[in-house]
Design a protein around this ligand. Structure first.
Ligand code: PLP
Ligand SMILES: N[C@@H](CCOP(=O)(O)O)C(=O)O
Length: 471
């Protein structure tokens, strides 16, 4: 498998190369030259695989330059009961009214990011040893990528993590998870802005090619294809658990911000997984919902971005949307680049009159909706009253948005992207219940925190990296 840039400006590269590369040199995102096809017969043969075995079966199509014996060793080592607390790794539980919940948050940091990040940590370690290189990871987080990356990379040889987070915008638990880490290879930087500002800095640093190459800069956000490919696996796993028989349709509802998670569902669908609908659920930051309803894509400025009680989705410029639009434009990098040039000039583009936009639902299964703080409270309360379980605020957004799209005879699987304890304040507001704190995190909010504050400045971040890469 070879990878190209969505904007056309990258020589073909292998999986291992783009794994360390992150953003493509022309500012675009790495995309595979084709989507491997999985037949129903193959799907049937995967039914009884363990999660690590299934991950190997899916990823071997993408990581074609990693010897299969090594890849299987990596996936088996990553997806264990010891790390995820359950042999199923991502169990599915019943909710109500035709909906089910896919548990993706049983990993070390209690959010779905662990599913890919734990593998990425092992892949980085493996690949860096193969090429004898070090890696300085520059990441942006709105709350969960940061801790998942830091827990996956802490203590890893030859890897440092520089993680930008929006100062004061994450939950107290999320802040404590990241900032309480004292490992010498972890650096937390709180930026006086929002997630989008942090992500812009990551991209600007990555686009300075001499600096990137000199400082060996890599990424762990979903702009890194390695993240996306690992996330494709749980759609296959959930499908095999939920479909009454292989070939039956299943829908998925996905709390969405940077569009990485639902893009992984789109890729699973492009590979032949019988997904009926992909429900894109946003919070009050509804840029994606607006696009799927109208064809107009208008990312908002930081000033127009709402700070909400599902803070990890407070994103107005979804990086991975570019990968979907690349597919929508017939995988034509020139057409994609023209749209992104227009975006840079006008701040938006409009596909409402384009016949390809009209097929978004029929051809790709995408539908969408948005949710508010009041919706979140009502949904968390309803789930608690009807099932006795607590769901987090992001999962609640997806349950709310999924409801009108549930069809008789088609299971609707809602992706649980975090555990309630990460957003305890809102859960208590909704239900009067304080979510139980797992033993590993008892007292975490009282631990000393290690974080550096910074303005929104690419130069300040570069300088910080340059002075800390020898440590
Ligand atoms: C808890 C939670 N839910 C949903 C999302 C949105 O996922 P994505 O950015 O892949 O769209 C995020 C952040 O990415 C998150 O941390
Ligand atoms: N919601 C994320 C934001 C970054 O998303 P990513 O999937 O691109 O890493 C977070 O919690 O940090």
């Amino acid at each position: 498998m070879k990878y190209f840039s969505s904007r056309g400006g990258m020589q073909p590269q292998s999986f291992s190369e783009i794994l360390l590369e992150g953003l493509a040199p022309d500012g675009g995102l790495a995309v595979p030259d084709h989507y491997p096809q999985v037949s129903l017969a193959t799907l049937e043969s995967w039914k009884n695989l363990r999660y690590g075995e299934l991950a190997f079966e899916v990823l071997k199509h993408y990581a074609t330059d990693i010897p299969q014996a090594d890849l299987t060793a990596l996936t088996t080592k990553t997806y264990t009961e010891a790390v995820y607390g359950t042999e199923a790794i991502t169990p599915v539980r019943d909710l109500f009214d035709g909906m089910k919940v896919l548990e993706l948050s049983n990993g070390p940091t209690l959010a779905f990011k662990d599913m890919a990040m734990q593998l990425l940590g092992n892949l980085f370690e493996y690949q860096l040893a193969r090429v004898g290189q070090e890696l300085n990871i520059l990441g942006a987080t709105s709350g969960d990528t940061g801790s998942a990356a830091e827990y996956a990379m802490r203590g890893k040889k030859g890897v440092r993590v520089f993680m930008l987070s929006p100062a004061g915008k994450m939950s107290a638990f999320q802040r404590a998870q990241m900032y309480s880490l004292q490992d010498p290879n972890i650096f937390n930087i709180a930026v006086e802005g929002l997630f989008d500002d942090c992500q812009d800095i990551v991209k600007a640093v990555s686009e300075d090619l001499p600096f990137k190459s000199r400082q060996k800069i890599g990424t762990v956000n979903s702009i890194n294809w390695g993240r996306i490919s690992a996330q494709v696996v749980y759609y296959f796993n959930a499908y095999l658990r939920v479909a009454a028989k292989v070939g039956d349709p299943v829908s998925f509802a996905v709390p969405s911000g940077n569009f990485g998670n639902v893009l992984a569902g789109h890729i699973a669908r492009m590979m032949g997984l019988p997904i009926r609908k992909l429900v894109v659920a946003t919070n009050e930051n509804n840029v994606l919902d607006e696009f799927f309803k109208t064809g107009v894509y208008r990312p908002r400025t930081s000033k127009e971005t709402h700070i909400t009680s599902s803070p990890s989705m407070d994103i107005s410029k979804a990086s991975n949307f570019e990968r979907f639009v690349y597919d929508l434009m017939g995988r034509d990098p020139k057409a994609l680049k023209a749209l992104w040039d227009q975006l840079a000039k006008d701040g938006k583009f409009d596909l409402s009159a384009d016949p390809r936009f009209k097929e978004v639902e029929a051809k790709y299964g995408f539908v969408s909706g948005c949710s508010t703080h009041a919706d979140r409270l009502n949904t968390i309360r309803e789930v608690y009253q009807r099932t006795g379980t607590l769901i987090d605020t992001h999962t609640a957004d997806a349950v709310k948005v999924a409801k009108p799209y549930v069809e008789v005879g088609v299971p609707m699987v809602v992706l649980e992207t975090a555990l309630a304890v990460k957003f305890a304040e809102t859960i208590e507001e909704a239900t009067g219940q304080v979510p139980p704190v797992p033993k590993a995190f008892e007292g975490i909010e009282k631990l000393p925190q290690r974080v550096v504050n910074m303005p929104i400045s690419v130069d300040a971040v570069k300088q910080f990296i340059a002075t800390h890469t020898h440590l």
